[in-house]
Design a binder for this molecule. Structure first.
Ligand SMILES: [Cu+2]
Length: 314
Protein backbone atom coordinates (compact mmCIF):
# COMPACT_ATOMS: atom_id res chain seq x y z
CA UNK A 1 0.00 0.00 0.00
CA UNK A 2 1.33 3.34 -0.88
CA UNK A 3 1.39 6.30 1.39
CA UNK A 4 1.43 8.78 -1.32
CA UNK A 5 -1.80 10.52 -2.02
CA UNK A 6 -2.72 10.34 1.64
CA UNK A 7 -4.12 13.73 2.24
CA UNK A 8 -3.43 14.69 -1.31
CA UNK A 9 -6.68 13.24 -2.44
CA UNK A 10 -8.25 16.24 -0.81
CA UNK A 11 -6.51 18.56 -3.19
CA UNK A 12 -9.24 20.31 -5.03
CA UNK A 13 -7.30 22.53 -7.37
CA UNK A 14 -7.18 20.71 -10.62
CA UNK A 15 -4.49 22.04 -12.88
CA UNK A 16 -4.83 20.96 -16.43
CA UNK A 17 -1.99 21.63 -18.77
CA UNK A 18 -2.76 22.73 -22.24
CA UNK A 19 -2.52 20.27 -25.06
CA UNK A 20 1.04 20.24 -26.29
CA UNK A 21 3.02 18.34 -28.81
CA UNK A 22 5.69 16.04 -27.41
CA UNK A 23 8.50 18.00 -28.98
CA UNK A 24 11.86 18.50 -27.36
CA UNK A 25 10.92 21.98 -26.25
CA UNK A 26 8.12 20.71 -24.05
CA UNK A 27 9.55 20.60 -21.18
CA UNK A 28 -8.38 -9.93 3.18
CA UNK A 29 -4.62 -10.11 3.03
CA UNK A 30 -3.24 -13.59 2.44
CA UNK A 31 -0.55 -14.62 4.91
CA UNK A 32 1.35 -16.35 2.15
CA UNK A 33 0.89 -16.26 -1.56
CA UNK A 34 1.71 -19.08 -3.96
CA UNK A 35 5.08 -18.52 -5.54
CA UNK A 36 5.22 -20.80 -8.57
CA UNK A 37 7.46 -19.32 -11.24
CA UNK A 38 5.81 -18.57 -14.56
CA UNK A 39 6.78 -21.00 -17.28
CA UNK A 40 8.05 -18.22 -19.51
CA UNK A 41 10.29 -16.57 -16.96
CA UNK A 42 14.01 -16.28 -17.31
CA UNK A 43 14.87 -14.51 -14.09
CA UNK A 44 18.51 -15.57 -14.33
CA UNK A 45 18.96 -13.44 -17.42
CA UNK A 46 17.34 -10.38 -15.97
CA UNK A 47 14.29 -10.60 -18.24
CA UNK A 48 11.22 -11.56 -16.27
CA UNK A 49 7.78 -12.37 -17.62
CA UNK A 50 4.97 -11.55 -15.21
CA UNK A 51 1.39 -12.63 -15.80
CA UNK A 52 -1.38 -10.86 -13.94
CA UNK A 53 -5.03 -11.72 -13.58
CA UNK A 54 -7.83 -10.43 -11.40
CA UNK A 55 -6.30 -10.77 -8.75
CA UNK A 56 -2.92 -12.46 -8.83
CA UNK A 57 0.68 -12.17 -9.99
CA UNK A 58 2.47 -15.09 -11.58
CA UNK A 59 6.17 -14.30 -11.21
CA UNK A 60 9.35 -15.93 -9.92
CA UNK A 61 9.81 -15.79 -6.13
CA UNK A 62 13.50 -14.87 -6.41
CA UNK A 63 15.46 -12.76 -8.87
CA UNK A 64 19.03 -11.65 -9.36
CA UNK A 65 20.12 -8.12 -8.57
CA UNK A 66 21.03 -5.55 -11.19
CA UNK A 67 19.15 -4.16 -14.16
CA UNK A 68 16.06 -6.27 -14.70
CA UNK A 69 13.39 -5.97 -17.37
CA UNK A 70 9.84 -6.90 -16.45
CA UNK A 71 7.39 -7.74 -19.20
CA UNK A 72 3.96 -7.79 -17.63
CA UNK A 73 0.96 -9.19 -19.47
CA UNK A 74 -2.47 -8.38 -18.12
CA UNK A 75 -4.79 -11.33 -18.63
CA UNK A 76 -7.45 -9.87 -16.36
CA UNK A 77 -10.48 -7.75 -17.06
CA UNK A 78 -9.28 -4.76 -15.03
CA UNK A 79 -6.14 -2.63 -15.29
CA UNK A 80 -3.29 -3.60 -12.99
CA UNK A 81 0.21 -2.50 -12.07
CA UNK A 82 3.20 -4.17 -10.44
CA UNK A 83 4.79 -2.00 -7.78
CA UNK A 84 8.05 -3.06 -6.13
CA UNK A 85 8.95 -1.79 -2.68
CA UNK A 86 12.18 -2.81 -1.00
CA UNK A 87 11.48 -3.50 2.66
CA UNK A 88 13.52 -1.75 5.34
CA UNK A 89 15.94 -3.85 7.34
CA UNK A 90 14.09 -5.90 9.93
CA UNK A 91 10.71 -5.63 8.24
CA UNK A 92 9.17 -8.77 6.79
CA UNK A 93 6.55 -9.52 4.17
CA UNK A 94 4.25 -10.55 6.99
CA UNK A 95 4.75 -7.13 8.59
CA UNK A 96 3.83 -5.44 5.34
CA UNK A 97 0.70 -7.52 4.94
CA UNK A 98 -0.41 -7.38 8.56
CA UNK A 99 0.72 -3.92 9.68
CA UNK A 100 0.16 -1.96 6.48
CA UNK A 101 -2.04 -3.54 3.81
CA UNK A 102 -4.62 -5.00 6.17
CA UNK A 103 -5.18 -1.98 8.45
CA UNK A 104 -5.25 0.30 5.40
CA UNK A 105 -8.04 -1.78 3.90
CA UNK A 106 -9.93 -1.94 7.19
CA UNK A 107 -9.77 1.82 7.59
CA UNK A 108 -10.81 2.30 3.96
CA UNK A 109 -13.78 -0.01 4.57
CA UNK A 110 -14.89 2.34 7.34
CA UNK A 111 -14.80 5.20 4.84
CA UNK A 112 -16.60 3.41 2.00
CA UNK A 113 -19.28 2.12 4.40
CA UNK A 114 -20.01 5.70 5.46
CA UNK A 115 -18.79 5.23 9.03
CA UNK A 116 -16.06 7.82 8.45
CA UNK A 117 -16.11 10.97 6.35
CA UNK A 118 -13.26 11.40 3.90
CA UNK A 119 -11.65 13.91 6.22
CA UNK A 120 -11.93 11.60 9.22
CA UNK A 121 -10.57 8.69 7.22
CA UNK A 122 -7.50 10.57 6.06
CA UNK A 123 -6.91 12.18 9.43
CA UNK A 124 -6.97 8.83 11.22
CA UNK A 125 -5.05 6.90 8.59
CA UNK A 126 -1.61 7.83 9.85
CA UNK A 127 -2.51 6.46 13.28
CA UNK A 128 -3.16 2.96 11.99
CA UNK A 129 -0.11 2.68 9.75
CA UNK A 130 3.38 1.60 10.88
CA UNK A 131 6.26 4.00 11.43
CA UNK A 132 8.52 2.09 9.06
CA UNK A 133 6.28 3.06 6.15
CA UNK A 134 8.48 6.04 5.32
CA UNK A 135 11.51 3.74 5.11
CA UNK A 136 10.18 1.73 2.18
CA UNK A 137 12.25 2.19 -0.96
CA UNK A 138 10.47 2.78 -4.23
CA UNK A 139 12.38 0.73 -6.78
CA UNK A 140 9.90 1.10 -9.62
CA UNK A 141 7.87 -1.55 -11.37
CA UNK A 142 5.43 -1.78 -14.23
CA UNK A 143 2.82 0.96 -14.28
CA UNK A 144 -0.85 0.87 -15.14
CA UNK A 145 -1.54 -1.65 -17.88
CA UNK A 146 -4.87 -2.23 -19.58
CA UNK A 147 -6.46 -5.67 -19.96
CA UNK A 148 -4.93 -7.57 -22.86
CA UNK A 149 -1.84 -5.37 -22.93
CA UNK A 150 1.80 -6.20 -22.27
CA UNK A 151 3.96 -3.46 -20.78
CA UNK A 152 7.72 -3.41 -20.24
CA UNK A 153 9.65 -1.63 -17.51
CA UNK A 154 13.31 -1.96 -16.52
CA UNK A 155 14.46 -1.31 -12.96
CA UNK A 156 17.65 -1.60 -10.94
CA UNK A 157 17.09 -4.29 -8.32
CA UNK A 158 19.28 -4.31 -5.23
CA UNK A 159 19.67 -7.35 -3.00
CA UNK A 160 17.00 -7.55 -0.33
CA UNK A 161 13.43 -8.39 0.55
CA UNK A 162 10.68 -6.86 -1.54
CA UNK A 163 6.94 -6.78 -1.90
CA UNK A 164 5.20 -6.85 -5.24
CA UNK A 165 1.73 -5.38 -5.22
CA UNK A 166 -1.13 -3.71 -7.01
CA UNK A 167 -3.49 -1.48 -5.06
CA UNK A 168 -6.01 -0.47 -7.66
CA UNK A 169 -9.52 -0.77 -6.31
CA UNK A 170 -12.04 -3.46 -7.22
CA UNK A 171 -15.62 -2.49 -8.09
CA UNK A 172 -16.50 -3.63 -4.53
CA UNK A 173 -14.04 -1.20 -2.96
CA UNK A 174 -11.27 -3.66 -2.12
CA UNK A 175 -7.65 -2.85 -2.88
CA UNK A 176 -6.27 -5.45 -5.24
CA UNK A 177 -3.55 -6.27 -2.71
CA UNK A 178 -6.29 -7.34 -0.30
CA UNK A 179 -7.60 -9.73 -2.94
CA UNK A 180 -4.33 -11.51 -3.64
CA UNK A 181 -2.12 -9.04 -5.52
CA UNK A 182 0.52 -8.88 -2.81
CA UNK A 183 3.45 -11.25 -2.69
CA UNK A 184 7.03 -11.41 -1.49
CA UNK A 185 10.09 -11.23 -3.71
CA UNK A 186 13.69 -11.96 -2.75
CA UNK A 187 16.49 -10.35 -4.74
CA UNK A 188 19.81 -12.17 -4.44
CA UNK A 189 23.40 -10.91 -4.53
CA UNK A 190 24.03 -12.69 -7.82
CA UNK A 191 24.04 -10.13 -10.65
CA UNK A 192 22.03 -10.14 -13.87
CA UNK A 193 24.97 -8.52 -15.64
CA UNK A 194 22.63 -6.37 -17.70
CA UNK A 195 23.00 -2.67 -18.42
CA UNK A 196 20.43 0.11 -18.43
CA UNK A 197 18.72 0.54 -21.80
CA UNK A 198 19.31 3.51 -24.10
CA UNK A 199 16.50 6.02 -23.84
CA UNK A 200 15.14 8.53 -26.33
CA UNK A 201 12.43 10.08 -24.16
CA UNK A 202 13.31 11.60 -20.79
CA UNK A 203 10.87 12.30 -17.98
CA UNK A 204 11.92 14.00 -14.76
CA UNK A 205 9.65 13.88 -11.72
CA UNK A 206 9.95 16.28 -8.82
CA UNK A 207 7.75 17.92 -6.20
CA UNK A 208 5.42 18.46 -8.01
CA UNK A 209 6.30 18.80 -11.63
CA UNK A 210 6.65 16.49 -14.56
CA UNK A 211 9.14 17.46 -17.23
CA UNK A 212 8.90 15.53 -20.49
CA UNK A 213 11.60 15.71 -23.14
CA UNK A 214 10.07 13.64 -25.82
CA UNK A 215 9.88 12.76 -29.45
CA UNK A 216 6.43 12.81 -30.92
CA UNK A 217 6.88 10.16 -33.52
CA UNK A 218 5.07 6.87 -33.83
CA UNK A 219 7.01 3.72 -33.12
CA UNK A 220 8.83 2.13 -30.21
CA UNK A 221 10.53 4.36 -27.67
CA UNK A 222 12.41 3.82 -24.44
CA UNK A 223 11.60 6.31 -21.73
CA UNK A 224 13.99 7.13 -18.91
CA UNK A 225 12.03 8.18 -15.82
CA UNK A 226 14.10 9.92 -13.18
CA UNK A 227 12.90 11.10 -9.78
CA UNK A 228 14.85 13.94 -8.28
CA UNK A 229 13.15 13.76 -4.89
CA UNK A 230 10.54 11.90 -2.93
CA UNK A 231 7.15 13.40 -2.41
CA UNK A 232 7.08 14.86 1.06
CA UNK A 233 6.99 12.03 3.58
CA UNK A 234 6.27 9.54 0.85
CA UNK A 235 8.08 6.94 -1.17
CA UNK A 236 8.64 8.23 -4.68
CA UNK A 237 7.06 9.35 -7.93
CA UNK A 238 5.39 7.47 -10.74
CA UNK A 239 4.27 8.09 -14.31
CA UNK A 240 1.93 6.21 -16.61
CA UNK A 241 1.08 6.47 -20.28
CA UNK A 242 -2.62 6.71 -21.08
CA UNK A 243 -4.13 6.75 -24.53
CA UNK A 244 -7.22 8.93 -24.68
CA UNK A 245 -10.11 8.77 -27.10
CA UNK A 246 -10.31 11.98 -29.17
CA UNK A 247 -13.27 13.28 -27.15
CA UNK A 248 -12.21 11.89 -23.75
CA UNK A 249 -12.07 14.22 -20.76
CA UNK A 250 -8.68 14.73 -19.12
CA UNK A 251 -10.53 15.79 -15.97
CA UNK A 252 -12.21 12.38 -15.85
CA UNK A 253 -8.82 10.71 -16.12
CA UNK A 254 -7.38 12.88 -13.36
CA UNK A 255 -10.33 12.01 -11.12
CA UNK A 256 -9.88 8.30 -11.87
CA UNK A 257 -6.24 8.43 -10.77
CA UNK A 258 -7.27 9.15 -7.17
CA UNK A 259 -7.33 5.94 -5.16
CA UNK A 260 -9.70 7.34 -2.60
CA UNK A 261 -12.70 7.53 -4.87
CA UNK A 262 -11.28 6.44 -8.22
CA UNK A 263 -9.23 3.58 -9.58
CA UNK A 264 -12.28 1.43 -10.17
CA UNK A 265 -12.69 -0.07 -13.60
CA UNK A 266 -13.19 0.97 -16.27
CA UNK A 267 -10.86 3.96 -16.60
CA UNK A 268 -11.59 6.71 -19.13
CA UNK A 269 -8.39 5.88 -21.07
CA UNK A 270 -6.35 2.89 -22.09
CA UNK A 271 -3.20 2.48 -19.99
CA UNK A 272 -0.10 1.41 -21.88
CA UNK A 273 2.29 0.88 -18.98
CA UNK A 274 4.45 3.15 -16.92
CA UNK A 275 6.94 3.13 -14.14
CA UNK A 276 5.82 2.78 -10.57
CA UNK A 277 7.26 4.70 -7.64
CA UNK A 278 10.92 5.43 -8.06
CA UNK A 279 12.65 6.97 -5.10
CA UNK A 280 14.83 10.08 -5.12
CA UNK A 281 17.87 9.73 -7.35
CA UNK A 282 16.65 6.61 -9.10
CA UNK A 283 15.94 6.06 -12.78
CA UNK A 284 13.60 3.47 -14.25
CA UNK A 285 12.94 2.76 -17.93
CA UNK A 286 9.78 1.94 -19.78
CA UNK A 287 9.41 0.82 -23.37
CA UNK A 288 6.35 2.11 -25.17
CA UNK A 289 4.96 1.73 -28.64
CA UNK A 290 3.27 4.89 -29.87
CA UNK A 291 0.70 5.05 -32.63
CA UNK A 292 -0.89 8.21 -33.91
CA UNK A 293 -3.29 9.43 -31.27
CA UNK A 294 -3.84 11.47 -28.15
CA UNK A 295 -1.90 10.58 -25.03
CA UNK A 296 -1.22 11.72 -21.50
CA UNK A 297 1.83 11.10 -19.34
CA UNK A 298 0.23 11.15 -15.94
CA UNK A 299 1.15 10.68 -12.29
CA UNK A 300 -1.09 8.61 -10.10
CA UNK A 301 -0.49 10.46 -6.89
CA UNK A 302 -0.23 14.02 -8.11
CA UNK A 303 -2.20 14.33 -11.32
CA UNK A 304 -4.58 16.67 -9.56
CA UNK A 305 -1.64 18.94 -8.78
CA UNK A 306 -0.59 19.25 -12.36
CA UNK A 307 1.76 16.30 -12.73
CA UNK A 308 0.65 15.36 -16.19
CA UNK A 309 1.37 16.26 -19.75
CA UNK A 310 -0.83 15.68 -22.72
CA UNK A 311 0.61 15.07 -26.14
CA UNK A 312 -0.45 14.16 -29.63
CA UNK A 313 1.46 11.72 -31.79
CA UNK A 314 0.93 12.58 -35.44
CU1 LIG B 1 -4.56 -4.69 -9.80
Amino acid sequence: MSLKSKGLALATAVTVLGLVSCGPSDPDVPAETPVEPAAETSADTGIVEVMVEDYSFLAPPTMRSGWTTFRMTNKGEQPHFMLLYRLPEGTTFGDYAGQLAQPFQEQYDRYTSGELSQGEFLEQLGGVLPEWLGSLEGIGGVGLTAPGRTAQTTVLLEPGDYVMECYLVSPEGKFHNSLGMLRPLIVTEEPTGREAPEADIFITLSNYEMSVEAVNTAGEHTVAVHATENAEGLVGHDVHLARLAPDASIEDLIAWMSWIDGMRSPPPAEFLGGTEHVGAGRTSYMTVSLEPGRYAWISEGFASQGMLQECVVE
